[in-house]
Design a protein around this ligand. Structure first.
Ligand SMILES: NC(=O)c1ccc[n+]([C@@H]2O[C@H](COP(=O)([O-])OP(=O)(O)OC[C@H]3O[C@@H](n4cnc5c(N)ncnc54)[C@H](OP(=O)(O)O)[C@@H]3O)[C@@H](O)[C@H]2O)c1
Length: 238
C-alpha cells in the first residue's frame, strides 16, 4: 500500500485529487478545512479502510500539529504529499489604491507558510515512505519572469514565496531522497473566486488527472531545483 495526503479536499482540485488517488490504489488522508463540506465523507464511505478524513487549517500551527499526530497514528509512512489548499485574495486593486495589507498577510499565511507548516510537520513521516514526493500547488501567477498582472499582490507574492519554500525544502531533504515539484494546475473551473470560474479552461477532474500523470507516471529529469511544471508537464519559468 502507498500513502498519500492531500490538503484542501473540501471541493475543487483537492477533492478530485483524493478521488483519483483512491482509484490509483492509494490510501488517502484527505484534509478538509470545513467539516460541513461533506463530499469527502461520501468518498470515505465508499472506500472503507482506505481513507482517513481530517479537519485541517493550514494557517494554524496547532491544527497542523494535531493533523500530523493523527496521520502518524493511522499510517506507517507517507509516500506522496500534495499541498493543494490555497486562497485567492483581492484581484482588483493595484499600486496607488487603498491596499488591504491584513488580507495579504492572511493570503500569505495560507499560500506560502501553510504548505511549509504541513511539510515541516510531516517530513519525518515522508522520509519513511518509498516515493518521497512533495507536490506543491503553486501557480503561473507565482512566476516572476512571466509576471503580467498589475495587482493580485497577495496571491502572486505568496505563490512566488511558495516556490521558494519548495526550493529550500528540496535542498534540505534531497539527501533523504525527497523530490519536490511546484505545480501549476492549469486554469481550472473551481469556486476559488467565490463563484464558479466560467472563464476557466479545464475542469477539476482533468486538472487532477494531469497533475497525477505528471506526479506519478512521468520520469522527472534530475534537477537541484524543484521542477516548476503545469498539469501537462510543460516547464514554467521561476
Ligand atoms: N483554479 C485555478 O485556476 C488555479 C490556478 C492556479 C493555481 N491554483 C491553485 O490550486 C489549488 C486548489 O485551488 P482550487 O482552484 O481547487 O480552489 P478551491 O476549490 O477554492 O480549493 C482550495 C481549497 O483549499 C481550502 N482552504 C482554503 N484555506 C484553507 C486553510 N487555511 N487550510 C486548509 N484548507 C484551506 C479550501 O476550503 P474552502 O473552500 O472550504 O474554504 C478549498 O477546499 C490552490 O492552491 C490554488 O492556488 C488554482
Amino acid at each position: 500500500m502507498h500513502y498519500a495526503l492531500v490538503t484542501g479536499t473540501d471541493h475543487g482540485i483537492g477533492l478530485e485529487l483524493a478521488r483519483q488517488l483512491l482509484s490509483r490504489g492509494y490510501y488517502v488522508t484527505a484534509c478538509r478545512l470545513r467539516p460541513q463540506e461533506e463530499a469527502i465523507d461520501a468518498l470515505c464511505a465508499g472506500n472503507p479502510g482506505r481513507m482517513q478524513v481530517l479537519t485541517l487549517d493550514i494557517s494554524q500551527d496547532e491544527s497542523v500539529k494535531q493533523m500530523a499526530q493523527a496521520v502518524e497514528r493511522a499510517t506507517p509512512c507517507l509516500d506522496l504529499l500534495i499541498n493543494n489548499a490555497g486562497i485567492l485574495g483581492d484581484m482588483a486593486k493595484t499600486v496607488g489604491d487603498e491596499l488591504d495589507f491584513d488580507e495579504m498577510l492572511r493570503v500569505f499565511n495560507v499560500n506560502a507558510l501553510g504548505p511549509l507548516r504541513v511539510t515541516n510537520a510531516l517530513a519525518a513521516h515522508l522520509l519513511r515512505g518509498e516515493e518521497k514526493k512533495i507536490i506543491n500547488l503553486s501557480s503561473e501567477a507565482g512566476s516572476i519572469q512571466d509576471c503580467w498582472r498589475e495587482g493580485w499582490f497577495g496571491y502572486c507574492m505568496s505563490k512566488a514565496a511558495n516556490n521558494m519554500q519548495g526550493a529550500l525544502v528540496q535542498n534540505a531533504l534531497r539527501r533523504g531522497g525527497v523530490r519536490v515539484v511546484q505545480m501549476h494546475p492549469g486554469h481550472v473551473a473551481t469556486y476559488m473566486r467565490g463563484h464558479l470560474d466560467t472563464t476557466a479552461r479545464i475542469t477539476p477532474d482533468l486538472s487532477a488527472a494531469g497533475i497525477l500523470r505528471v506526479a506519478l507516471d512521468t520520469a522527472w529529469p534530475a534537477s537541484d531545483r524543484p521542477l516548476f511544471l503545469d498539469e501537462q508537464g510543460n516547464t514554467l519559468k521561476y
